[in-house]
Design a protein around this ligand. Structure first.
Ligand code: FAD
Length: 195
């Protein structure tokens, strides 16, 4: 007796349905570490050292968590952006070597110039351009650069009616990063004869 033609059709449909469910469940899988609270991250990258498959490296929140995050996401304020940028700049100055290479001196000058063009607050960028014109970047050494940065930060502080920071305390406020095996050194820190 011949096989029921509907049986094979149903079997194929079941296979397709299972396959779709497997893929969907991979996509909306719960994060491996639900305690993670990165405000801006809808998706997190697993810190697992050995992902078993490409999809295991990409974990997403469930739909209700995505919705909650979209509803609570707030735009970054000018103050937050400022604090984050100063943190970056003063940390860079803390790491800046006593004897920078020619390339490093060139790079910090360029970085400041780029900041004065691309800082995503037009008034701040224009103001910073004027500050740079009146106070050209000084980056011959760690001390020179960190003191110069402290000074220009104070120029901004004064213009905003904020208190002036005592620059003799800049190294105490912005210490070097703690990294093993000098992993936080700026690129090209070790002086080579071709630098
Ligand atoms: P911030 O000024 O952000 O400082 C962060 C921390 O750095 C402070 O808590 C303090 O511990 C330390 N600090 C303060 N002063 C110094 C210093 N001189 N040296 C070393 N450490 C110090 N905002 C505007 O409204 N108008 C602008 O024109 C403007 N221009 C800006 C230009 C640049 C390049 C940048 C990076 C930011 C600018 N901002 C501007 C943002 C502004 O400077 C502040 O970041 C923001 O108002 C938040 O201030 P805050 O009081 O939290 O401390």
């Amino acid at each position: 007796m011949s096989e029921n033609p509907f049986l094979s059709l149903f079997q194929n449909l079941e296979k397709i349905s299972n396959s779709i469910q497997t893929h969907l469940s991979t996509f909306i899988a719960r994060p491996a570490n639900p305690s993670r609270t990165d405000n801006n991250a809808l998706f997190s990258v697993s810190s697992s050292p050995k992902p078993s498959a490409p999809s295991a490296n990409f974990q997403a929140f469930g739909p209700e968590e995505v919705l909650k995050k979209v509803q609570t996401a707030a735009p970054v304020t000018k103050e937050e952006l400022g604090r984050a940028t100063w943190t970056f700049l003063h940390t860079l100055a803390a790491q800046y070597p006593d004897k920078p290479t020619r390339q490093q001196k060139k790079d910090v000058k360029e970085l400041m110039a780029i900041l004065s063009r691309m800082y995503p607050c037009q008034d701040c960028a224009d103001h910073f351009k004027e500050i740079l014109r009146a106070n050209p970047v000084q980056a011959a050494s760690h001390t020179e650069f960190s003191q110069w940065l402290c000074h220009v930060h104070n120029v901004v502080n004064r213009s905003l009616g904020k208190s002036v920071f005592p620059c003799e305390r800049v190294d105490a406020r912005w210490g070097k990063l703690e990294c093993e095996l000098r992993a936080c050194d700026l690129q090209g820190t070790s002086t080579k004869f071709w630098d």
